[in-house]
Design a protein around this ligand. Structure first.
Ligand SMILES: [Zn+2]
Length: 140
């Protein structure tokens, strides 16, 4: 656990947070600068940076808990939906794996989140991209 990591400080109890849940391996709390109020972060207590760093035996618990948070955020706040995402490296403000559960409603004012979009074309064929990704997939 790096001494400078904001999430490790919360896990150690040195930093205050508004907790949603705590288990042996996981902690969930409100993002202190929410995109929308109720914006929740799910963090493994074990220090890992990337989703692909999370030990395989922790993956079902991590995503099972994400499903519970999805229901809690949407049902608890009366939100029509949610945005659930993990930033890896780019836009990852704290380099400790965390999954965002963000309440969403129609016309809630969030714009440009998934845009502007790019197109596949003759110069950039989709098949090239699919092939490169398939070739780099680790064995299951
Ligand atoms: Zn940390």
């Amino acid at each position: 656990m790096p001494s400078t990591c904001a999430f490790c400080a919360i896990i150690r109890g040195e930093q205050k947070a508004d907790f949603i849940l705590q288990t042996d391996r996981l902690i969930a709390f409100l993002d202190h600068r929410p995109l929308f109020r109720g914006h929740t972060l799910l963090v493994p207590k074990q220090y890992v940076v990337l989703l692909s760093d999370l030990p395989a035996d922790q993956v079902p618990d991590f995503f099972g808990t994400a499903q519970r948070l999805e229901r809690g955020v949407e049902d608890g706040l009366g939100a029509a939906g949610s945005m659930i995402l993990i930033n890896n490296v780019v836009s990852q403000s704290v380099p400790h794996l965390h999954l965002h559960v963000i309440p969403r409603n129609v016309k809630d004012g969030l714009r440009f989140w998934l845009g502007p979009r790019q197109k596949y074309d003759a110069e950039h064929p989709a098949d090239d991209y699919a092939q490169k990704i398939r070739a780099a997939l680790p064995m299951p």
